[in-house]
Design a protein around this ligand. Sequence first.
Ligand SMILES: [Ca+2]
Length: 125
Amino acid sequence: MTKSRLFHTVAALLLLFTGALTTAGTASAADCPSGEFCVWENADFSGQRANWSGDDGWWESWIADADSSWANHGISGPGIKDHVKVYSSAGQGGQMTICLTPGQEVGYNGVANDRGDSHTWAMRC
Ligand SMILES: [Ca+2]
């Protein structure tokens, strides 16, 4: 193999490798621990992330009214509260802005964007 041909082979392999990485990144789920509800300050699961395993009646100020993407990685099963309801006011008050079913990931939602102040786990939406 000539030097030039070797270079082209390596370059082609690198391209293949890079392509595979890009595909894997797009296909992977939102980065949220198992058993938790996660909220990001920006759309598409980017920016700073808040996550909870339980309810929170008063979100920290940096994420309150700043939520732009959501993921429900709660544990699912019979009799388990595995849905998550987000509310526009503290103490699960105001309006429900979004409700996530088990495993649901929402990269953006115009109605719920930048409105959440609290959430609770629930049996259903
Ligand atoms: Ca936001």
